[in-house]
Ligand binder design. Sequence first.
Ligand code: MN
Length: 244
Amino acid sequence: MTAARRPVIGISSYPRTGTPPGFAVPCGYVDAVRLAGGTPIGLPPGDPNPAHYLDLLDGLILTGGGDLDPQTYGGQPHETLYSVSKERDTFELALVRAVLERQDRPILCICRGMQVLNVACGGDLHTHIPDSVENAIYHRRERLCPSEHRATVEPASRLATILGTTDCIVRSWHHQAVRELGRSLRPVAWSEDGVIEAIEHASHAWCFAVQWHPELQLDDPTQQRLFSELVAHSANGRAPAQPR
Ligand code: MN
């Protein structure tokens, strides 16, 4: 018997930026995966057919970041859109579709990642919350400043079981949100203004998405459970390879 290998968790990178250009992975995701006992690996965009990555990984995190190109969900351009990257959109949409085609790779989708999951399943987005949600609370203070708000979790959801609560204070940093839900997606948490704050996939073995930023709340055991459950299920999925 060899010692158990730590589950390898792929973390989607931000788009190319800087001089010379680089692909960044914010530290919070890396730290959270390590705290949970996994080995983090960055996934730079650019490969149009990323399904083969799934053979190298035990689980995935789709990270936050800039806005999806509204063309990906039939939306309209808006002056507040930022950090739009076709290269990143193409990569992540293909990656999440590949995950959904298999049952054996857990995925946690965070903020932008939740929006990518919804669009990949045929849903769409509020392009700018203050324009389309009445009496919206602050989901970010300003472009570079997160906010905190309450999220109420559906008691009968799997997410409530993972978090161990139906009521939490979350760190929020977004100006877009899920509008029409994609296929097989179920809303399981909301903020006080009715914005969908979390979704889970009805048939995939382990596919959850939160609109908030658990990687910015590493001191909160409730939020860290998202990462420990992801890593635990990634280890479970590493059964002997099935003939294909
Ligand atoms: Mn929010």
